[in-house]
Design a protein around this ligand. Sequence first.
Ligand code: VGL
Ligand code: ZN
Length: 209
Amino acid sequence: MQITKQDALLVIDVQNDFCPGGALAVADGDAVIDVIHRVASKFEHIVLTQDWHPAGHASFACAHPGKQPFEQVELSYGMQTLWPDHCIQGSKGAEFHPALHLPEAEIILRKGFSPHIDSYSAFFENDLVTSTGLADYLRDQNLTRVFLAGLAYDYCVGFSALDARRLGLQAVILRDACRAIDLDGSVAKIEAQFAQAGVALIESAALLG
Ligand code: VGL
Ligand code: ZN
């Protein structure tokens, strides 16, 4: 597959808290870093996202007395899975993994900072209305196809890919450059949505040739 000037690589949430030893560790999460480095040189445009929550964020179980991490609650915008405290603004856990080295990235997009709304997607918060500005950046740069890599496959990567499709962008997930949380069938659920929405899944080798 040929990368063109209209392609962008979105590197989603490769942060300490999603890697082994972190507060919301994804199994083998740091294994995505080498794969991302291998494909990055193919892209003229790279965007990094950073999950960036205030302490006591509405997506944290600690904000809901009696609730445990990985349970669900109903918030104003619908059901929200509750997480352990993670990616708190300014904390070590919120920093990018120290092995991630992408100085050529053009944008570092922080999300999840509204105290009462979570934001899995790099495009819209979980209310599906509040925009992060990423769609405007891509439109201004005439970028029409996004390749996605990072953490977690079944949450922030997947929601970003589905929103990209809703915005009329082509979306291609680099499967071996992602790792999943896999909570209560979340992988199967999101893959069914990928099929419906036309999100493509490829291995990174297809870019390297
Ligand atoms: C994520 C759960 C909570 C992710 C972020 O980056 O996939 N998952 N916050
Ligand atoms: Zn989060």
